[in-house]
Every structure is written in C-alpha cells, then in structure tokens.
Design a protein around this ligand. Structure first.
Ligand SMILES: Cc1cc2nc3c(=O)[nH]c(=O)nc-3n(C[C@H](O)[C@H](O)[C@H](O)COP(=O)(O)OP(=O)(O)OC[C@H]3O[C@@H](n4cnc5c(N)ncnc54)[C@H](O)[C@@H]3O)c2cc1C
Length: 376
C-alpha cells in the first residue's frame, strides 16, 4: 500500500507517528512545500520581532519517525477520481491519502495589488512583514498600519507591530477594518469589554461594518469612503483550505474544509481522510474551530484509523477534547480553559506561551518559549 500524508504540520506529523508502525509492503510518504514545521500561533510575535524565526521551526526530516519518507515538494493538485497527487516535480499514486495541509489566506475575491499587501499564514510571510515593516517605519513620515478584519490574528499582529514601532520610537497609527457589525462574536460580553479597553489603550481605530474597497499598492480606500495614503496593509481577514486544486466531489465548507465523518474519512472516497485545519469536524451542531490541539489529536486519530483500515480493524471515532484557547495581546489576554474557566491578563499570556513551548518541535525551542513565558 502507498500512503500519502499531505502536510507536515501538527496534524501530518501526529499521523506520521501513528503510521510508523506499518512495516512490510507499505510505503508512507509525507509531502510538505517547506522543509520545516512551524509553530503558527507565534507568527504575530515573529512578524513583530519579539520572537526570532528559528524559535518557531524545526526541520521535518528530523521530526519524522523511521520508515516515513519525506518529500519536500509543493502539492498543486489532488485527483481523487484517479487517485494520484501532482507536485511541481512529479506525480504520485496513492492507496490512502490524508489531507493535513492546513490553511492559507482567504481573500474572498479581493484581488487588488496582492503582491504589495502582507499576509500572515506562514513563517516566510511573518519574516517578510518583519523586514519590510522595519523599512517602512524608517522611511514613512506618518506610518499607518491598516488591517483587514478584527479577528484574533489582526489584533495580535496589530499589537506586535505597535510594539515594534514603540521600540523604534515611532508613532504608528493603526486602523482595523472589520466587515461584520461586531468583532470576535464567540467572546462573552466581559471578554469583549476587556478587548475594547485594550483597543482603546493601544489607540487602535476599529471600524466595524467597513472593509477595504480599493488598494493600489500604496493607498487604501475603505467602503465608508475614508482614504489613507502610504499605508502598510496586512490582510488578516480569514483563512481557507491550502491545496490549490482538487478533482473529485466532496462536501466542503465555504472555506474549503473537507466535511469528514466521525472517523475522519471523506465519505465519498475510500481511503481518503482529513485532519487538522483541512477537516471540518462536526461538534455541537457546528464544526470545531481551527486549533493546534485539535490538529494534533485528529492527525493522530486519522493516522491510527489508516493503520486500522489496512489491518481490516474497526475504525475509531475522533472525540475532540477542548483544552481551551487564549488570545494573547501585548499586555493582556482573554481566554477560556477546560471548557469554561475564564483566564485573562498575565496568567493567560503565560499559558499561551507555555503551550507554544509545550507544543513546539524540539527541546531548544520549548525551553525558549518556557523562559519567555516567565518574563511576562
Ligand atoms: C497567525 C495564527 C495564529 C494562530 N494562533 C493559534 C493559537 O493561539 N492557538 C491555537 O490552538 N491555534 C492557533 N492557530 C491555528 C493553528 O495554528 C492551526 O489550527 C494548526 O496549525 C493546524 O494544524 P495543521 O497541521 O492542520 O496545519 P499546519 O500547521 O498549517 O500545517 C500544514 C502543513 O502543510 C503544508 N502545506 C500547505 N500547503 C501545501 C501544499 N500545497 N503542498 C505541500 N505542503 C503544503 C504547510 O507547509 C504546513 O507545513 C493560529 C494560526 C495562525 C495562522
């Protein structure tokens, strides 16, 4: 049997560890366009220069167990009807396939001067922001950061770039344009109030019911008519499924995630599974949010279920355990742990960076994050 894992992030690596038990006539390949895995939750820190990029990454080849072959190739197409994948270099057939390729930026049809705006879904993008923002701060007479969206990525990035500007002793104006009438709708009213106070303290200009209508590579015009010149524009309005092209018919959510059954199979195709951000996993009438813990546990379950399927054993359902979430802001945080215990302030910040350490890919980086969490 040939088993292909698409993506060497949290889900793909967890699956690979389970699939390593296969021996004999089986070949397991893991494909990733990068040679390394990334601690994505710390991208805003890397973009703002608070975390050096090397703290966030580790070579995939060093993380894979014996028996799994790493292919450092970009997957452009998956043909489920004819059961092969295509990379920029080659074509590979599979018997089993696991989608674990994570997310990429969702532009929702926006296509103006994309090469001049900044996104934050990979370490390369974070490094590009860090380098270009430093140059922008240096040359722009009135630096103005504009972000599309007011979700957690936008708030975290705004905080980190504001921190970078302060360090350079520059005054930075920050505008967040959010299309919806409200921000972070899943927060409780007290958490929202806390974030509102943070936004006020940081002097962010939050524009609700508004969005970027025109971007010419330098200037933006909002739907409300406001115009800003010479801005640093970051697109943080949402994410979507990462593989560019799929041939086949599957149930997909609007953001491209594959709707899987409780054993993480794409029910339309035998031997095709999805985990992590690639999968829409049903939960309480909706779908699980995208998060590191769910990616790790669903990846492990999908890997184990592929082994079980090959050995003709009964597959096991994926039961998500929600350990909680924290939104780390520069000097504050909001979050919930173990289902319903609210956390905030420095405690939440410490928990976030401790988890970034705990879930990191090697001991050096774990130690670096643990130490950082103690400085907060
Ligand atoms: C800025 C930001 C902040 C976040 N903060 C948090 C947080 O605080 N807490 C939390 O729990 N979650 C957070 N998340 C979400 C979390 O990082 C994801 O849910 C998690 O990384 C998903 O794991 P995954 O394995 O599915 O995908 P990923 O970790 O994204 O791994 C996917 C892998 O697939 C590879 N890949 C993608 N496309 C291709 C292709 N075409 N060909 C080959 N390889 C490909 C990528 O290079 C990558 O290595 C954050 C995400 C972002 C972007």
């Amino acid at each position: 049997m040939v088993i292909i894992i698409l993506g060497g992030g949290f889900a793909g690596l967890a699956a690979a560890r389970k699939l390593a038990v296969l021996q004999g006539n089986h070949q397991v390949f893991l494909f990733d366009k990068n040679s390394y895995s990334t601690m994505l939750p710390s991208l805003p820190d890397a973009a703002g220069g608070r975390m050096p990029p090397q703290f966030l990454k580790e070579e995939i080849a060093r993380l894979l167990p014996e028996g799994i072959e790493f292919k450092n190739e970009n997957v452009c197409l998956v043909d489920l009807e004819n059961r092969f994948i295509k990379t920029e270099k080659n074509q590979y057939c599979f018997d089993y396939l696991l989608f674990a390729a994570g997310s990429t930026s969702n532009f929702y049809g926006f296509n103006q001067s994309l090469e001049r705006l900044y996104t934050l879904t990979t370490l390369t993008e974070a490094e590009r922001i860090r380098e270009d923002f430093a140059g922008y701060l240096y040359r722009a007479p009135h630096p103005h950061l504009v972000l599309s969206g007011a979700g957690y990525t936008a708030l975290e990035l705004a905080g980190n770039l504001s921190f970078a500007a302060q360090k350079s002793q520059k005054t930075l104006r920050i505008t967040l344009a959010e299309r919806a009438p409200d921000f972070l709708p899943f927060l409780s009213s007290s958490q929202k109030e806390r974030i509102r106070r943070y936004i006020k303290r940081m002097k962010f200009d939050l524009k609700l019911n508004d969005f970027i209508e025109v971007f010419d590579g330098r200037n933006v015009r909002l739907h409300s008519g406001a115009e800003f010149e010479d801005v640093f524009f970051c697109w943080t309005a949402g994410t979507k499924f990462a593989i560019p092209q799929i041939i086949g018919k599957m149930d997909l959510l609007a953001d491209g995630r594959i709707v899987v059954d409780e054993c993480l199979r794409a029910p339309q195709y035998d031997g095709v599974f999805a985990a992590g951000d690639s999968a829409a996993m049903a939960c309480g009438g909706g779908y699980l949010r995208k998060a590191v813990n769910f990616a790790i546990y669903s990846g492990a379950r999908a890997g184990d279920n592929i082994v079980r399927s090959i050995r003709s054993k009964r597959l096991k359902p994926f039961r998500a355990v929600d350990l909680g979430w924290v939104i780390p802001l520069i000097d504050d945080s909001v979050g919930v742990v173990f289902g319903k215990i609210p956390v905030c302030g420095r405690l939440g910040l410490r928990m976030h960076y401790f988890m970034c350490g705990y879930r990191n890919f090697n001991w050096t980086n774990r130690r670096r994050f643990f130490q950082f969490s103690l400085t907060l």
